[in-house]
Design a protein around this ligand. Structure first.
Ligand SMILES: *[C@@H]1O[C@H](CO)[C@@H](O)[C@H](O)[C@H]1NC(C)=O
Ligand SMILES: [Zn+2]
Length: 202
């Protein structure tokens, strides 16, 4: 009888302890991740390995195509960009490493391990993420912004982005309006934003 009570008491204490454990401080924003296979990507013809972890993240908008709001719409945008970059421009694949839709989905482009073609001299030292849409005067919906941050965070956790990475807009690397004035102003308030882009020697 005593033994049974002791066992029950121990079980009770365990339950109390488990329930008293704090919730994780910063629960990772959950986001939908779509692989190349999910959006029906054609096989890549350009697969130069990316030297990771990278010290930079470069943010883009697409301008064209415009914002997409469903998996079907965003998949079509990915396919049209893959066709334009890969076939018309002959880059061998979609240029970006990842894209993010207004519905909050993250879409794998070249991914974490392949060098992108999106920001000239920054290609080999960065992950390029595009927020699908024209963000010159409008901001992307908060889901799109939150997924972008969570995607970067997951890249840090997986060891593909340096924990002390610097975040820049495409316009800081090359002469372009990208990622649009509204989005650029917004990301300039993000924690890892760097007002300057000083590429380190390879
Ligand atoms: C790869 O090359 C083939 C043959 O030229 C072409 O049909 C295909 O669209 C290319 N893929 C990409 C992603 O550009
Ligand atoms: Zn860009």
């Amino acid at each position: 009888m005593m033994r049974l009570l002791r066992v029950l008491f121990c079980a009770y204490i365990m339950v109390v302890i488990v329930n008293a454990m704090p919730e994780p401080k910063d629960p990772r924003v959950p986001f939908k991740f779509y692989s190349r296979q999910d959006w029906g990507a054609a096989p890549a013809n350009d697969t130069v390995p990316l030297n990771t972890p990278v010290p930079y993240v470069v943010i883009h908008h697409t301008y064209i195509p415009g914002a997409c709001h469903t998996f079907e719409e965003c998949s079509r945008s990915m396919l049209s960009m893959q066709n334009y970059h890969g076939v018309t421009l002959d880059w061998g694949d979609i240029g970006y490493n990842f894209c993010v839709g207004s519905e909050g989905g993250a879409y794998e482009g070249r991914g974490w391990k392949t060098k992108g073609i999106h920001a000239g001299r920054a290609n080999g030292i960065s992950v390029g993420i595009c927020l699908i849409g024209d963000w010159r005067s409008e901001l992307p919906p908060s889901m799109q912004l939150e997924t972008t941050k969570a995607l970067i965070e997951s890249g840090v956790e997986k060891g593909f982005i340096r924990p002390d990475y610097k975040l820049v807009g495409h316009r800081q690397v090359m002469s372009t309006e990208c990622p649009g004035g509204a989005l650029y102003e917004h990301i300039s308030g993000w924690e890892h934003f760097s007002p300057t882009f000083v590429p380190m020697k390879a």
